[in-house]
Design a protein around this ligand. Structure first.
Ligand SMILES: NC(=O)c1ccc[n+]([C@@H]2O[C@H](COP(=O)([O-])OP(=O)(O)OC[C@H]3O[C@@H](n4cnc5c(N)ncnc54)[C@H](OP(=O)(O)O)[C@@H]3O)[C@@H](O)[C@H]2O)c1
Length: 318
């Protein structure tokens, strides 16, 4: 993981606390900068933690102005892709309106704003990786709300921002496909997983490391952000697979690491055999050349990173 060159008194505000990316960012940044985080769960209270429900749009700006961070990283999101089909308004508030309010506040106090988006802003057509300037045509409500969030940020003049689109996020924290597969493999002997959606499983730790790479490359000693680097980037792990390929690798690696799994048969099924309320893109490949060339950071392969996360997770499981 790259070390940040930021002065240790740099104040970073992470929006979100217990989510996958928020948790990885906390681990990656905690000894490097002065860290503040927002949390959503009313019961949590800790040092450097501030309650904020981002759907309460009026509450966002006063908190940001009070804390005056140098950098704001928005790791909050409405990520329940299927539920978003019926909770359209809630998804739009959290994924589109709240980031806009954060970005406006960031501009007002001269902070850098970092935001994450998704492969689901594309229509999934074709078989080649999407570049940053490819036209967006989301297939579902979640993707549309994330695209609206991007547009709201991009439209703000004189804002210093990075938008990092990533894909298929998993990690040791929160809920994700890898954890669901481990649970199902311990319960069932046979499972069907779709093999006609292709993308790159990307760990939340990789996204945190990529965020540090951005900071490292774009910060100058004179406390300015390289204006020519700002903008939209694609970042994901190296290599592509299907959900079925990801599941197969999870099971074989977990077994190699000593996990006792009940699963005997993993069937490759088409998307049509696994209907969901939200339509998913068949092609979720992201082209990361712009990111790797600009920030000189080469992501690890999805297989190596999956194995590392599995080791971490299985160590925690008795
Ligand atoms: N998950 C994926 O597969 C995926 C794929 C592509 C892109 N992305 C993008 O990557 C980014 C990070 O996603 P993730 O996987 O880390 O998401 P996640 O695990 O679902 O975490 C979501 C975060 O949002 C916070 N949050 C949700 N509603 C909130 C509200 N009303 N007020 C305050 N906080 C709220 C949660 O707060 P608490 O911590 O307080 O619970 C949590 O920290 C998002 O922009 C997402 O769109 C994700």
């Amino acid at each position: 993981m790259p070390k940040t060159p930021l002065p240790p008194n740099t104040k970073v505000l992470i929006m979100g606390r217990e989510g996958q990316v928020a948790s990885s960012l906390r681990r990656a940044l905690k000894d490097l900068v002065h860290l503040e985080q927002t949390f959503f769960d009313q019961d949590y209270a800790g040092e450097g933690a501030h309650f904020l429900d981002v759907s309460d749009l009026k509450a966002i700006k006063p908190l940001i102005i009070k804390l005056k961070p140098d950098i704001i990283i928005n790791a909050t999101a409405y990520t329940a892709v299927d539920k978003a089909e019926t909770e359209n308004e809630q998804a739009l508030v959290i994924n589109a309106h709240a980031p806009e309010v954060m970005a406006l506040a960031a501009r007002e106090i001269g902070s850098l704003f970092i935001h994450y988006s998704t492969d689901y802003v594309f229509d999934g057509a074709g078989h080649t990786p999407f570049k940053e300037d490819h036209f967006c045509a989301p297939l579902n409500t979640y993707g549309a709300s994330k695209r609206k969030g991007e547009q709201n940020i991009i439209a703000i003049p004189d804002l210093s921002y990075f938008i990092v689109r990533t894909s298929w996020v998993y990690g040791p924290d929160g809920q994700n496909f890898l954890k669901t597969m481990l649970r199902l493999a311990a319960e069932r002997e046979e499972l069907g997983v779709v093999d006609d959606q292709i993308g790159s499983p990307t760990s939340s730790d990789q996204i945190a490391a990529a965020t540090l790479a951005i900071l490292k490359q774009s910060y100058h000693d004179n406390q300015e952000w390289s204006k020519n680097l700002l903008g939209v980037y694609h970042f994901c792990a190296d290599g592509f697979t299907s959900w079925h390929g990801f599941a197969e690798y999870i099971f074989s690696t977990a077994r190699d690491l000593g996990a006792m799994l009940k699963i005997k048969k993993l069937n490759a099924i088409p998307t049509t055999a696994y209907p969901t309320p939200a339509k998913r893109p068949a092609n979720s490949r992201l082209d990361t050349h712009k990111f790797t060339a600009t920030f000189r950071y080469q992501p690890e392969s999805w297989q190596i990173e999956t194995e590392r996360v599995l080791k971490e997770l299985l160590k925690l499981t008795p």
